[in-house]
Ligand binder design. Structure first.
Ligand code: FEO
Length: 162
């Protein structure tokens, strides 16, 4: 069954959203490098690479369905933050936004009875649950620590292990 033009358009829009996400995390990584939080910088760089993979997975899916991929421009990400908590809160909020986008894609595929796309999107639904869990977990840790700099450095060292 041929994939619909509107589904192709929505997936192309999502490819852009994934590259925008990648850049947001790359900018967060640069912020942490500058702040001397090397572990967090490393964590965000890994997240950047994961987002690129998310985009590429969508690209390959469109190729597989014989559809046209449009390589998008990437939005300039925000590059200043108050502190580590501010960064991870922003990351968590961003992941919730991405989840809502993925759910909309599932809804559209469901309405179009596009079972191949529904099946393909399941991976993203699971991935989003994991990403929200990871980022909200770090937010909780940093909220608990507050102004405890030593504690923040301990979290930084833990995140270096990603
Ligand atoms: Fe590709 Fe973090 O969602």
């Amino acid at each position: 069954m041929k994939i619909s033009d509107s589904m192709v358009k929505s997936i192309n829009d999502q490819i852009k959203a994934e590259y925008d996400s990648a850049y947001i995390y790359l900018a967060m990584s640069a912020y942490f490098e500058d702040a001397g939080l090397k572990g967090m910088a490393h964590w965000m760089k890994k997240q950047y690479a994961e987002e690129v993979e998310h985009a590429e997975k969508f690209i390959d899916y469109l190729y597989q369905r014989g559809a046209r991929v449009i390589i998008p421009d990437i939005a300039k990400p925000k590059d200043s933050y108050n502190n580590a908590l501010d960064v991870f809160k922003t990351a968590y909020e961003h992941e919730q936004y991405v989840t809502s986008r993925i759910y909309k894609l599932v809804e559209q595929a469901t309405n179009e009875k596009d079972y191949a796309t529904i099946s393909f999107l399941k991976w993203y639904v699971d991935e989003q649950m994991e990403e929200e869990d990871n980022t909200s977990g770090i937010v909780s840790q940093l909220e608990f620590l507050g102004d405890d700099k030593r504690g923040v450095y301990t979290v930084d060292r833990e995140l270096a292990a990603r």
